[in-house]
Design a binder for this molecule. Structure first.
Ligand code: PLP
Length: 385
């Protein structure tokens, strides 16, 4: 077995294209050099294209959570009331961060596998106009749910509250119109659809958000957006991860070459292939079709299946790595990513491996039922591929 050929189908980190690896093999350069400054400016410009924003954008040396913390410390003063759409582990992370920094956190909590109802956000804001910010996870990785940020944006547009979105596991794979939807701060990370190792977060800041950033009195240092703005666009306040920034430039080149529209379509097709295959195999999905994530599919463990044992077989025997459940869903679901540097044939291989591992575990699956369904979806959805 070639271990290095492992199919990494977890929702981040995701596989890295060879082109990106090569870009990161370049010799180290000084982070205050003109060369790096030009690279940073190019990266920022190209990143704005993926964010679909004309506003300020910064690349942080931190994981995605650092980006979330940046959003929180720069927009919340102790005592502020904020609203968090808690659709799973990552919605809860926003809530935890808010509480740690002294916010009065109100939550709209959904059942696992359900998206937040934008109308519930409208009701809450109507009743409590003192809410200063609405925090939403665009793609809730823990449950495979996509929240409707376009609709939430429409509700927020006429109000003072900021709209802050975690798109760590969706930006770069899914159409997110940051400016058009009125998103004030959008956060993403490097190790998902951006096809890079973990270690960078990207964040944009609207004009409306800057007014709040300048006024809040939460102490902040490493994640102070004002310090980032003072050094931008040519430099960063602290030593950035030069190597990952070189990789990011190459990943952005690849994104430009494929084109955002084609990337969005590829992810939609992989999602439909995956979901249709699981349904054909008689498995139940956690999220309904109307709110399903385009980058990760969560599947309920069928009765009697040892889900984590099944994942182990899939990994050790078939060299395919998928994720389990997090938090309360541990041992109850498995999650298959279709995100970033991956394609239709890898999707089919993953389904084939899952069928084999389920059979090994004694689950009554008819071999090739899922594979066939995925192939049919591919033929129908992408005749030219
Ligand atoms: C939606 C979402 N938000 C935040 C994070 C946290 O990112 P990181 O682990 O890079 O800090 C993740 C990571 O899986 C995520 O999926």
């Amino acid at each position: 077995m070639f271990k290095e050929k492992k199919l990494l189908k977890i929702p981040g980190p995701t596989p890295i294209p060879t082109r990106v690896v090569r870009a990161m093999e370049q010799p180290m350069i000084g982070h205050r050099s003109t060369d790096f400054s030009l690279i940073l400016q190019e990266v920022t410009r190209k990143c704005k294209g993926v964010f679909q924003t004309m506003n300020d954008l910064f690349v942080l040396t931190s994981s995605g959570t650092g980006g979330l913390e940046t959003a929180v410390v720069n927009t919340i003063s102790p005592g502020d009331k904020v609203l968090v759409a808690s659709t799973g582990v990552f919605g809860e992370r926003f809530a935890k961060l808010g509480a740690i920094y002294g916010a009065r956190v109100e939550k709209i909590k959904t059942e696992p596998g359900r998206a937040v109802d934008p109308e519930a956000i409208r009701d809450k804001l109507d009743k409590e106009p003192d809410i200063k910010g609405v925090f939403v996870t665009h793609n809730e990785t823990s449950t495979g749910v996509q929240n409707d940020c376009a609709a939430i944006g429409r509700i927020l547009k006429e109000r003072d509250a900021l709209f802050i979105v975690d798109a760590v596991s969706s930006l770069g794979a899914v159409d997110i119109r940051t400016d058009e939807w009125g998103i004030d701060i959008l956060v993403t990370g490097s190790q998902k659809a951006f096809m890079l190792p973990p270690g960078l977060a990207m964040i944009n800041v609207s004009q409306k958000a800057w007014e709040v950033v300048n006024a809040v009195d939460t102490p902040r240092f490493y994640f102070d957006l004002r310090a980032m703005r003072d050094r931008a666009p040519k430099q960063t306040p602290f030593t950035p991860n030069v190597t990952l920034t070189l990789g990011l430039l190459e990943a952005l080149n690849m994104i430009e070459e494929e084109g955002l529209t084609n990337i969005f379509r590829r992810h939609e097709i992989m999602q439909t292939m995956t979901r249709s295959a699981f349904k054909a195999m008689g498995l139940e999905l956690l999220a309904e079709d109307d709110c399903a994530s385009k980058t990760v599919t969560a599947v309920k463990g069928p009765k009697g299946l040892n889900v984590d044992g099944f994942r182990k077989v899939l990994d050790s025997k078939y060299n395919i790595s998928i994720a389990g459940g997090q938090g309360d869903l541990k041992g109850k679901i498995f999650r298959v990513a279709h995100m970033g540097y991956t394609d239709y044939m890898e999707t089919i291989m993953t389904i084939a491996g899952i069928e084999l591992a389920l059979k090994d575990m004694g689950y009554p699956v008819e071999l090739a039922v899922g594979v066939r369904k995925a192939q049919e979806v591919l033929i129908n959805e992408s005749p030219g591929s």
